[in-house]
Every structure is written in C-alpha cells, then in structure tokens.
Design a protein around this ligand. Structure first.
Ligand SMILES: NC(=O)c1ccc[n+]([C@@H]2O[C@H](COP(=O)([O-])OP(=O)(O)OC[C@H]3O[C@@H](n4cnc5c(N)ncnc54)[C@H](OP(=O)(O)O)[C@@H]3O)[C@@H](O)[C@H]2O)c1
Length: 289
C-alpha cells in the first residue's frame, strides 16, 4: 500500500482516484469544489483535505488532473500548493493535458527540494478513466518512473516513459494533432455518404474493416450520423489542446496547416453553443450548413 494524494476530481480525476483506492492504496483527495471531494470520500473511503498542500503532506506519490496550465499553477505553486507540501523523496505525477513548458518548470522546481516530477497526460477519455484503461504518456526520470508505474497501473492499460520531462506532454500533442484532421475527414466522409443516400451503418460496417478504420470510426461515426454530440471529449478541451500544440509548433518550427484549419472549425462549433459537445461535432457544421 502506498500513501497517495489526488488533486482534481473532475470527469477524469474522480474515477482515476477511485481506481487508486480500489488498487489498495491509502488515498487523500482535494477538489476545489468541496462537494465533489465529499461525494468521493463517501463513495470510496479515504481522506479529504482542505488544500492541495494538505492533501499531499506525507504522500509518497501525489497525482493531479486539472484543466489547463493556469489551473495547474493554481494547485501546484504557492504556500498552499502541491510542491510546498511534498517532502524530499516523494513523486508528483501530473495527469493534466498541459504544455511541455509547465512540465519542465515543475520538474526543475521539484528537483530543488528533492521531489521527482513526472508529466503523465492520458488518452482514452471518460470511458477509459471509468474503466481504469487509460493510455498514459510519461516524461521524466527513469528511477521515479519505475517507482510510480505500478501505482499508475491502477487506472491504466499502458504506461510508457517517453523521455525526459515534457516528453509525455509532447506525445499527447502528437495524439491531438493526429485526431484533429482525422475527425474532420471522418465527418466529411459520413456527410458525403448521407448526401449520396447510402445506408451509413452498412457503410461503416464495411469500410470500418478496411484502410479507413480508426478509433474515431469505431466509436464516433455512427453517433455522428445520428447527430449525437452531448457526450465525450469537449470541444473546449480540444481547443485548449490545439492552443498548446500551436505554441509548441511556434518553437519547434513544425507546420500544422490542417490542425489550424480544424481549430477554426471548432471555434465555429463553440459559437453554435457546442463548447461541451464531443469533438465529433465537426459534423454539425457540415450537416447543418
Ligand atoms: N474528459 C476527457 O475525455 C479527457 C481525456 C483526456 C484528457 N483530458 C484532460 O484531463 C484534464 C481534466 O479533464 P476533465 O474532463 O476531468 O475536466 P473537468 O471535469 O472539467 O475537471 C477539471 C478538474 O480540475 C479542477 N480545477 C480546474 N481549475 C482549477 C483551479 N484553478 N484550481 C483548482 N482546481 C481546478 C476542477 O475543480 P472543480 O470541480 O472545482 O471545477 C475539476 O476537479 C484536462 O487537462 C483535459 O484536457 C480529458
């Protein structure tokens, strides 16, 4: 049993922390909106803390999963923050999708007091978090990764060290860039098929076994055709992730023409009231124009 802390009990963090508890660990939780932390403790047991610092005091491994870079700085820095509460020899694993810059900043700050920091963004969505089957992409040093991996395993199907601090976030950026163009292509294909009068369930069944197959086709093509968007990975989050990718691309010189175009389509989805719709809502723009 490891003494762990979890900060940020949102759509992702709440079930992830639950899997840590179910895995036999001693879990203390903190959430900005206290009612969620109270509900979590009622459901899973464990302890509730009044601040990120209090949550991580005495923890061998601290976890977080909040929104963006600014939210992360809010729970990590300062007198009540995670870094202030962690003792030398402990590990901090951040599951937020954030910039590689903030990951490296925390890694450096941690080193100053003997705390090892691992950036560990996840893929697999709400369902992956609830089933404990996330894919976790890590950046950091090998020795703390080896210590943290068996604990991260509680909510993951695959946990991989990608390289030095920031490499986990960079890998997640590649993931999001690949998804952006793919989802637009899928939406265009589905819309075209519907306009052509095809039986789309039949089409998906056939081409889903060929070269056009993808996770998005398996999990989103059918709901796209039914215009179901009120679930899944929110457009707001995707635009946040695209912003992180563009900032990184400005530094490394990579060109992202399709991602930039799709980002503008997502801005249009937001303007239509789709901020919390699933990213497959790119279909809404085609089907309703
Ligand atoms: N949802 C997905 O399918 C998915 C998939 C992969 C990766 N991610 C990434 O995982 C992260 C979390 O996503 P989510 O869907 O769990 O989001 P969410 O449901 O909105 O939860 C965000 C959590 O962060 C907390 N938080 C936000 N800003 C804060 C601040 N300034 N100070 C303290 N706490 C703060 C929230 O507290 P409150 O309860 O008080 O609001 C909440 O617990 C994001 O980086 C997202 O991009 C999400």
């Amino acid at each position: 049993m490891t003494k762990v802390a979890f900060v940020g009990l949102g759509v992702m963090g709440y079930p992830m922390a639950g899997h840590l508890k179910a895995g036999g660990h001693d879990v203390t939780v903190y959430n900005r909106t206290k009612a969620k932390a109270e509900a979590w403790v009622k459901q899973h047991g464990g302890a509730l803390a009044e601040s990120p610092r209090q949550a991580v005091e005495g923890a061998e491994i601290a976890f977080s999963c909040v929104g963006n870079d600014d939210d992360l700085r809010g729970v990590v820095l300062g007198d009540d923050g995670i870094i202030a509460g962690l003792a030398a020899g402990s590990i901090y694993v951040d599951n937020t999708t954030a910039s590689a810059t903030v990951a490296r900043e925390f890694h450096g700050l941690g080193k100053e007091q003997g705390v090892e920091v691992i950036d560990a963004p996840v893929s697999g969505g709400q369902v992956g978090a609830e089933n404990g089957l996330l894919t976790v992409m890590c950046g950091g040093d090998e020795a703390p990764f080896a210590r943290a991996q068996p604990v991260i395993d509680c909510y993951a199907k695959a946990v991989t060290l990608m390289g030095a601090s920031g490499a986990g976030q960079l890998t997640k950026m590649v993931n999001q860039i690949c998804i952006a163009g793919l989802v637009q292509g899928l939406a265009e294909g589905m819309n075209f098929g519907m306009k052509a009068g095809l039986d789309m369930e039949k089409v998906i069944g056939v081409i889903g076994k060929g070269a056009a197959q993808s996770w998005q086709m398996d999990n989103r093509a059918s709901t796209m055709c039914k215009r179901e968007f009120e679930f899944g990975f929110a457009v707001d989050w995707m635009r946040k992730d695209m912003g992180i990718c563009f900032e990184e691309a400005r530094n490394n010189g990579a060109r992202l023409p399709v991602a930039a175009l799709v980002d503008q389509f997502y801005a249009q989805v937001q303007a239509r009231g789709g901020k919390r719709w699933d990213t497959s809502s790119l279909m809404h723009l085609l089907a309703n124009d």
